[in-house]
Design a protein around this ligand. Structure first.
Ligand SMILES: [Zn+2]
Ligand SMILES: [Zn+2]
Length: 818
């Protein structure tokens, strides 16, 4: 490419290098037991349309990191694929009147070209597309494995239903004020026969992030999602003669407050409600239950709203003090949490107190706050304290009372210590077309029969009418539904629901290791070599969905002896968001930036560089057209530095010393910043360094050999960020192809080290302290450092500080008034 114009022309060089890299297969990787592997994974995109700059923001910095690890000598796997089933593709297909398959594959084609224009090291021979039969065959196979292991089951359950999308939603897909995550429609409830995965079996293990290098907030969100509560299950006695059941169970986290129970609450849906309702209360109760049905879960749990409820006319007996307390129903008790019953302790629970005030029910303090003198509490007291009004337990600290009461409950058989979780099983049935069919057959004679493994995949029929009706579109596709029973060969029907796409994305990173496998989902040996993923990057919005389901999935596979590790993603990093015109980019706001025109105009390297310069990667930043032009100008300056002649004129030893120091300091800083994924400060160092180089070049102040050695370093440091430009300049400065197979530069410890000086600290002219500081220290830093010294503080604490004088690189003199 030597005959090219001397001007930086990204358009001309980028395509050519991309083609050459592809033709030479330089980014294809194989297992190599002699090298340390590094699996750098970026969340694969949905196929709902074009890539916008937000996708690039997820992908370009992670490619830079993968390239960096590669130059460091790791055997790096950094694959790419497409999350191709699911609602976005199906809705888009419906809106555009094209078959979801055609729509999806057209998008894949387009997105793949866009990704190629980014110049990433994706090994395209490993591409995974989840909607293709050679992939979903194995998604179905995993379903059968989970079924065999007792981790997949069918049950009738009230489900979240989006009336607009006409489908069931997982709890995780109901967001904000009970809205559909996809279309923001108010979610309702519906009773359906559904397939579930027993994720609750792993609740305790999913709480454990101890071996994971993950952001704290994601771990917290997952912990809250599991919602573990420790407490006791207690039986209250029922004395209604016409009811068989003689007790009713509650769960409480505060058994130490049991003497403060003044009423009892049930969820309106609790099965005992009709039996416990006395004839005189029937009308009122019926009206209330009907009203509750119209409320969403979000409305029911909203804090601070006025409490509602009705008395059933019946009572329960508190086992500890034999008191009869009235039973009410209220909407803030949910049938799905605990036992659907609550022992109300208004003195020590905010919502119970609001309820008691509204319905004039008694309030009894049983946990005394410090220095309490028996007066009525104005607010619910929820901390620990001293037990009061609690019979034999009076005077005990409440923590001790908790234990004593649990012991008593267990001794008398009235209850037991227990743990409950908010987590519910993962509902995976979807009444939609564009997903992997659930491989189950229903036979009137034999019941539920899994599709035999050798009959997989259960193909998604191409000719089904896929418009949503509220029922699975596959129900109306006779050629799909009608089948024969694998057991008795009689007439049978196929399951017509498809699987939640989070099932497809729970294992795609295993498939990347061996996409060619046709007799299994993955090669054991290859998975053993590459997994777990060393660094996983993507959006934080997946905290309690994809990132949570995948952990469950891997643990389930481990327990089936299909894998030998516990966690899929050792390190997790969430990138921030790119803001444009003051808002998060979205098609509906019309503020989406397409990367393509910038790539055409300024080059992929400028777009990559600018995205990384915009702010710390985990925070994101505001896209600004002037900003990207600035990065493009910088790349032009690098071009000039490397392509124009250099001649040494003044060979100043001091300058050379400084030059080498700054070179090695820059290598050190860039390496450290890349390791921490601090791309913006990495680029700031490189920019500062290239400015310095321009200055030195003008004066010709270092020898030719040192100059060109440093230009090599600059290009190597730039290679992960600007792979095309650095490759071109590597060739133009006379090196052999390819820069991307060069080792990452090592810095010389001695040269990189900051020179140190001794800073003397005087107080009123007298030497009081001495310390070693970097020679580059500035006035502000030196003064701050001096004033923070313990020895200095001792003086200025008692006397008035009047002035601080700095004599550069020598003395800080502190003047105090006596
Ligand atoms: Zn919806
Ligand atoms: Zn049968």
């Amino acid at each position: 490419m030597a005959n090219m114009a001397q001007k930086y022309n990204p358009h001309a060089i980028e395509k050519q290098w991309q083609q050459k890299w592809a033709a030479d297969h330089i980014y294809e990787v194989e297992e190599d037991n002699k090298r340390t592997k590094f699996y750098a994974l970026t969340m694969f995109p949905y196929t709902s349309g074009d890539l916008h700059i937000g996708h690039w923001y997820a992908m370009a910095p992670s490619d830079v990191y993968a390239r960096f690890k590669r130059m460091q000598g790791y055997n790096v796997l950094h694959p790419m694929g497409f999350d191709a089933f699911g609602l976005p593709a199906e809705n888009a297909a419906i809106n555009h009147g094209i078959h979801p398959y055609n729509w999806t594959m057209r998008n894949v084609e387009n997105m793949r070209q866009q990704l190629k224009s980014m110049g990433a090291i994706y090994d395209w021979s490993r591409e995974v597309i989840t909607c293709l039969p050679d992939y979903y065959k194995w998604t179905q196979w995993f379903f059968l494995k989970l079924y065999d292991a007792g981790l997949a089951y069918r049950a009738e359950a009230p489900v979240n239903w989006c009336p607009k999308c006409q489908t069931v939603l997982a709890n995780e897909q109901v967001v904000g004020e009970g809205l559909c995550e996809r279309c923001s429609t108010q979610v309702t409830k519906k009773e359906l026969e559904q397939w579930f995965f027993r994720i609750t079996k792993y609740a305790e293990e999913l709480l454990d992030h101890s071996c994971l290098d993950w952001p704290e907030r994601i771990k917290t969100m997952q912990r809250n999602w599991v919602g573990k509560s420790e407490g006791a299950e207690i039986s209250f006695r029922l004395e209604n003669e016409n009811i068989e059941q003689k007790q009713i169970k509650v769960f409480t986290t505060r058994p130490d407050t049991i003497f403060g129970v003044t009423f009892f609450l049930l969820a309106p849906e609790h099965p005992l409600v009709p039996k416990l309702t006395t004839p005189e209360c029937k009308a009122e109760v019926g009206k209330y239950i009907a009203w509750c049905r119209r409320q969403t879960e979000y409305e029911r749990l909203a804090l601070g709203k006025e409490k509602t409820g009705v008395f059933l006319g019946s009572y329960v007996v508190n086992p500890l003090n034999e008191e009869r307390v009235p039973i009410w129903i209220t909407d803030y008790v949910l049938p799905t949490y605990g036992t659907g019953a609550v022992m109300a302790v208004p003195a020590h629970d905010e919502r119970d107190l609001e309820f008691a005030k509204k319905f004039k029910l008694p309030v009894r303090t049983v946990i005394a706050p410090p220095s309490w003198t028996g007066e009525e509490l104005m607010e619910a007291y929820t901390d620990s304290g001293t037990m009061a009004n609690s019979g034999e337990f009076n005077g005990l600290p409440s923590e001790k009372g908790y234990k004593a009461i649990c012991d008593l409950l267990e001794a008398k058989g009235w209850g037991k210590r227990t743990v409950i979780y908010r987590l519910r099983d993962w509902l995976i049935s979807r009444q939609r077309y564009w997903g992997a069919p659930i491989p189950i057959i229903y036979c009137d004679k034999c019941g539920v029969i899994p599709v035999p493994e050798n009959n997989l995949p259960v193909m998604l029929p191409a000719d089904a009418e896929f418009k949503p009706t509220g029922e699975s579109p596959l129900k109306y596709c006779q050629s799909f539904v009608n089948t024969t029973c694998p057991k008795c060969s009689g007439i049978a029907r196929r399951e017509t629901d498809t699987m939640d796409t989070f099932m497809c994305s729970s294992w795609y990173f295993l498939r990347y290791t061996s996409p060619e496998m046709s007799d299994g989902p993955f090669s054991d040996a290859k998975v053993k070599y590459w997994l777990p993923v060393d660094l996983y990057t993507g959006g934080a919005e997946h905290a309690v969905m994809h990132l949570f389901y995948t952990r469950f999935f891997i643990k389930a596979l481990r327990d089936m002896d299909l894998l030998d590790f516990d966690e899929p993603f050792a390190r997790l990093f969430n990138q921030g968001t790119i803001i444009y015109r003051g808002d998060k980019m979205s098609k509906s706001r019309g503020n989406v930036i397409a990367p393509d025109e910038y790539v055409t105009e300024l080059g992929a390297d400028a777009v990559r560089g600018y995205l990384m310069f915009i702010g710390p990667w985990d925070q994101g930043g505001e896209w600004n057209d002037r900003g990207i032009v600035g990065v493009s100008r910088w790349l032009n300056r690098v071009w000039t530095l490397a392509t124009t002649d250099y001649s040494s004129r003044v060979n100043d030893p001091e300058t050379e010393k400084e030059f080498l120091h700054l070179t090695h300091k820059t290598i050190k800083e860039v390496t450290a910043d890349l390791e921490r994924l601090r791309f913006n400060t990495m680029l700031a160092s490189l920019m500062e360094f290239s400015n310095y180089l321009s200055k030195i070049k003008e004066g010709g102040m270092v020898s030719n050999s040192i100059w060109w050695e440093t230009i090599d370093y600059l290009l190597l440091l730039l290679a992960p960020t600007a792979p095309h430009l650095s490759e071109e300049l590597w060739a133009r400065t006379g090196h052999s192809y390819t820069i991307h197979n060069q080792p990452w530069p090592e810095y010389d410890q001695k040269l990189a080290k900051e020179e140190e000086i001794t800073l003397v600290i005087q107080i009123n002219g007298k030497l009081r302290d001495k310390l070693l500081v970097p020679a580059s220290i500035n006035e502000v830093e030196a003064k701050e450092l001096a004033l923070s010294r313990e020895r200095v503080k001792a003086y200025i604490d008692v006397k008035k500080l009047t002035r601080v004088i700095y004599i550069p690189k020598r003395v800080v003199n502190i003047v105090v008034a006596s």
